[in-house]
Design a protein around this ligand. Structure first.
Ligand code: COA
Length: 307
């Protein structure tokens, strides 16, 4: 088997739903403003990074239906590990009973793209399936009295399983980038709350995602017209709409769950992709373009062939 395929997928959201109307009661904000500026109507809050990831991966393992002893390992993308050490990935790995390694990657909201690319290389070199999971509990690092972040940030998890297969490689191209000089526009000190310069993040996120996706598409010999589904990091509906406009991708080809989930950092791309998979939006051979950006500033894109 010389190729790779995505053979499993799963997701998890905490039970507790907080609507914009709930936030109106405790913050100087309102439903209309939040919808107009962000596209978010509600978000799910609660759980731990370990518990959300365990549920999402359990679902993905059932879909993949592979021998648990056949796994090469698990990569967790997270900005909010439950402990300083051990890595939260070790605890998820224990809960699932799969074989192989486990490690965490912190590349903020680009973490799922980073993890997917690293995981894909490991599937190729180990010739074993690898679990990728993005899980975050941003509510634990959000100052609920700060309206600039409390309206955006939320909790959730999403997972994919990549396996060796007889098909072509599912990863056709990628771009991973970081600029640590931009640390101050989005950061969280140890034990503190997330601080954000919203306008600056907005501007830079659009530019980075446009440049990165264009690079991947050009290098892989396709055009934006070939993309069946764009799966951007779910940070703000206006960022996604602006990106679609700039890339000339029709809005209906953009996966979006932000209205219901808010920004779940490392979980946001797999949540949007798994939602599209469950709605049967993809068929064999479709091209999927994922792109993410976040604190660091990190950003990255990956082009996938579905099926
Ligand atoms: N509710 C109600 N009003 C608010 C508000 C809120 N939560 N936040 C700001 N406002 C007000 C401001 O006071 C300002 O009022 P004024 O015009 O009377 O001065 C007005 O709304 C516009 O504020 P501004 O900060 O310019 O809003 P914005 O259009 O930049 O939207 C964000 C703010 C945070 C939604 C937007 O900048 C954003 O989404 N940035 C990207 C954030 C992001 O994606 N972060 C994660 C990256 S991984």
């Amino acid at each position: 088997m010389s190729g790779t395929s995505i053979v499993g997928w799963g997701m998890s959201l905490p039970d507790k739903v907080v609507t914009n109307f709930d936030l109106e009661k405790v913050l100087d904000t309102n439903n209309d403003w939040i919808i107009e500026r962000t596209g978010i109507r509600q978000r799910h809050l609660g759980g731990s990074t370990e518990s959300l990831a365990t549920t999402a991966v359990s679902e993905a393992l059932k879909v993949a239906d592979l021998d648990l002893d056949s796994y090469g390992g698990l990569i967790l993308a997270t900005t909010t590990p439950d402990k300083t050490t051990p890595g939260t990935s070790a605890l998820i790995h224990k809960n699932l009973g799969i074989s192989g390694f486990a490690f965490d990657i912190n590349a903020a909201c680009a973490g799922f793209i980073y993890s997917f690319v690293v995981g894909h290389q490991l599937v190729k070199s180990m010739n074993k399936p690898i679990v990728i999971v993005g899980s975050d509990t941003l509510s634990r690092i959000t100052d609920m009295t700060d309206r600039s972040t409390a309206i955006l940030l939320a909790d959730g998890a999403g997972s994919l399983i990549i396996s060796p297969s007889d098909a072509d490689d599912c990863l056709l191209g990628f771009d991973l980038q970081v600029d640590g000089n931009l640390e101050e526009i989005l950061y969280c000190d140890l034990g503190g709350y997330l601080k954000m310069n919203g306008k600056e993040v907005f501007k830079r996120a659009v530019r980075a995602a446009e440049k990165s996706t264009t690079k991947v598409i050009e290098e892989s010999g396709y055009t934006m017209a070939d993309i069946k589904l764009l799966v951007p990091h779910q940070a703000n509906q206006r960022i996604m709409d602006t990106l679609c406009d700039r890339l000339k991708i029709p809005y209906e080809r953009c996966a979006s769950v932000i209205e219901e989930t808010g920004n779940t950092s490392s979980a946001s791309i797999p949540l949007a992709l798994v939602d599209a998979i469950k709605k049967n939006r993809l068929k064999a051979g479709d091209l999927v373009l994922m792109t993410g950006f976040g604190a660091g500033m990190t950003w990255g894109s990956a082009l996938l062939k579905w099926g």
